[in-house]
Design a protein around this ligand. Structure first.
Ligand code: HMG
Ligand code: MG
Length: 295
């Protein structure tokens, strides 16, 4: 099994979508370029969603078109519908992501439709992206619990993951949106989903609300997962999952991987420096033990 972990840095999107302050295009670009400098090879830079729903992402078009790109970095964006994917590709997104959920209640609150309607809506998005040779990632939210309906049956997670994979998503990211899962649950999750989606196509996306994300990611890595979503300085949350904190901090994962002799390609001091101006602008401390310890 490979000792390399592919980190998907979601700080500029997941990290900033829930902040009360809407960051300027310049601030976001500076952050993204510093992340690329630090060695991040996959960066989710924004969302092409309704600005009425998530105003923090309204400048994603300017961010994507104006940033200085590194040729070996993939710059991706979230797209909930055909309007979103058209905009994202016109702005030069290298990859797009559709986002569904295993819970009906969360799907309704987050994208204003049922799970069945979300699948119908994703089909033309995938078709459009594929026609433009743009890879599509599929998110499944609420894989370990829903902020509105509580427990989420594992079979519902497997069902939606399988459907998104069969529709043409090349990778499925499993989101513990509200950070409630445990390592035992993670083990069960990966065993169940990997019966339908090959394990090398699975990513984990764990929020750290209850401090379990690093333990859960380690469990997923031990089960064979090699793609992990994290957010610099542990920034983030979902505007439609109140109380949920940021993703696992990229720093905390990189530090653990370094200690385990595993490779991420990310330089820790440069990563810590990348989020410093954002934290300063937002007037918030880092949600990362490693970031605090190394400052
Ligand atoms: P709706 O209100 O049902 O959609 O929202 P609509 O088609 O009726 O459109 C309403 C208005 O939005 C219209 O404008 C559209 O033009 C506009 P109006 O005519 O009223 O002026 N609109 C758009 N504008 C820009 N870009 C678009 C777009 N689409 C419509 N793409 C919709 C449905 C999906 C649009 C809405 O619910 C939405 O934008 N939701 C996004 C919510 C979101 O971004 N949540 C956070 C990301 S998911 C997440 O964080 C979880 C994840 O991290 C994994 C995990 O942690 O679990 C991925
Ligand atoms: Mg998330």
């Amino acid at each position: 099994m490979s000792d390399s972990i592919s980190i998907v840095e979601v700080g500029p999107r997941d990290g900033l979508q829930n902040e009360a302050t809407c960051l300027s295009t310049t601030d976001k670009i500076q952050f993204i370029e510093a992340l690329a400098q630090a060695g991040c090879k996959r960066i989710e830079v924004g969302s092409f969603v309704s600005p009425k729903w998530v105003p923090q992402m309204a400048n994603s078009d300017a961010v994507l078109t104006q940033l200085n790109r590194q040729s070996d970095v993939t710059y991706s964006a979230l797209t909930p519908n055909i309007h979103g994917v058209e905009q994202a590709i016109a702005c030069g997104a290298d990859e797009i992501a559709i986002f569904g959920a295993a819970s009906e209640a969360f799907t309704q609150k987050n994208i204003n439709c049922t799970i069945a309607q979300s699948i119908e809506r994703f089909i033309p998005v995938i078709t459009y992206a594929q026609a433009h040779s743009i890879p599509v990632r599929g998110y499944v939210s609420t894989v370990m619990g829903c902020p509105y309906s509580g427990e989420v049956p594992l079979r519902d997670v497997v069902n939606i993951a399988k459907q998104l994979y069969e529709l043409g998503c090349y990778e499925i990211s499993l989101g513990d949106t509200i950070g409630v899962g445990s390592p035992t649950q993670t083990q069960a999750l990966i065993s169940a989903v990997s019966t339908e989606v090959p394990i090398n196509k699975l990513a984990v996306h764990f929020h750290n609300t209850y401090g379990q994300a690093l333990a859960n990611v380690l469990t997923a890595i031990n089960a064979g997962v090699r793609i992990v979503d994290t957010s610099a300085a542990g920034l983030g949350g979902c505007p439609y999952a109140h109380g949920a904190s940021g993703n696992l901090a990229t720093e905390d994962l990189v530090y653990m991987l370094n200690g385990m002799g595993m490779h991420s390609g990310i330089d820790l001091p440069a990563l810590i420096a990348a989020s410093k101006p954002i934290l300063h602008t937002l007037k918030i401390p880092p949600a990362s033990a490693v970031n605090i310890a190394m400052r």
